[in-house]
Every structure is written in C-alpha cells, then in structure tokens.
Unconditional design. Structure first.
Length: 194
C-alpha cells in the first residue's frame, strides 16, 4: 500500500498515478526495503512497437485470449505487436486474474529483452528510442543506457523474474492484495542476493 501524501492509504499501483515514476520507484523501494537506483517506464504503445521491432515473439498459451478484436486460442503462436499487447493486457478471462496477466507481461518483456540483444537490433536501438519518444521514460542517462546495452549484450542474457502472491482483503469497498511479512521478507532477501 502507498501513502498519497494526504494521509490516505492507496493501492501500491496507485503510486504511479499519484506521482509518476518517481513515486512508484520510492513506494516499491520502501515496500521491499531495498534501494531502487533506476527505473524504466514502458507504456502499452511502446510494448506493441518493441514486439514489432524484434520481429514478434513466440508464446505457448494455456488459455484463450480475446481482447480488442485480437483472438489467440490456446496453443503455440507467433505474435505481432497488436497480438502481444492483447496477450499482455487481458485479465478477466484468466482464472489467475491479475497474477496471470503479470506472468504474461513478464513473458513478453523477457522475450523482447532476449531478442533485442542480437546485433541487428542493437545497431538500431537509437532509432527505436527516438521513435518511442515519450512512450518510454527512464532516469538512466543516455551514456548509462549505452553502457547497459553493451554490458547486457555480453551477459548470459538470463532474466529472472518473480511474483509476490497475496491474499485478497476488502478495505473500504476495494479489494487489496495483502502480502505476509514472511513472504515480503523472503522476496527482499532474494533480491538482495542477486
């Protein structure tokens, strides 16, 4: 939960709406008890363009996805940007709800990150960043982005992601996910180790 600086407790995802990336980063840092040095914000329009930039992604879906005219039945599919966007955003048909959507979003971002490190994409990353403009924001400097790309390209390319699962609680008519202290501490410890 986040404090909106008016003394009101908000859902943690409200931090971005209240104070954009700066408040979201601060809120998550306080929640996990860890410093977050840098952040990157990618809006959904950028996600679509990133997927198209790398020639699409391939997924195996165990659920049918149907959103905004995009229909992706269960199975193995190569998705373009519009399809990947629908795959990433749909939540109401997913029996796991928001947690399922988070996993699909992580899957899409991992695939883009793995493909973008190929030299044919890295050579054009500057043009991509110019094209995406305000659809991506970060507190990295341009030199830090270049260094990150160079260093990441030389790494193993393995991306590790995780999810904190909570229990639903209703507060003032709104549903919240409450994370146990033990689970939160375990997640913080894992992040400290990496």
């Amino acid at each position: 939960m986040a404090d909106d600086h008016g003394g009101n407790i908000q859902k943690i995802n409200a931090a971005y709406e209240i104070g954009k990336a700066k408040m979201a980063k601060k809120t998550v840092s306080q929640f996990l008890g860890l410093p977050i040095d840098y952040s990157v914000t990618v809006d959904m329009g950028a996600l679509k363009e990133l997927v198209d930039f790398v020639g699409g992604i391939t997924i195996d879906t165990v659920i049918d996805v149907n959103l905004n005219g995009q229909v992706i039945p269960q199975g193995h599919h190569h998705l373009n940007g519009d399809q990947a966007l629908a795959y990433s955003r749909m939540r109401y048909q997913d029996p796991r709800g928001d947690y399922g959507r988070q996993l699909r979003q992580q899957e899409v971002l991992k695939q883009v990150a793995q493909k973008i490190q190929k030299s044919k994409y890295l050579m054009n990353i500057g043009d991509l960043m110019t094209k995406l403009g305000q659809k991506i924001s970060t507190d990295f400097t341009a030199d830090q982005v270049k260094q990150l790309i160079r260093n990441y390209h030389q790494s193993s390319g393995e991306i590790v992601s995780s999810q904190l699962l909570g229990k639903t609680a209703w507060l003032n008519g709104s549903a919240y996910q409450i994370i146990s202290t033990e689970d939160l501490q375990a997640a913080s410890n894992r992040l400290c180790e990496n």
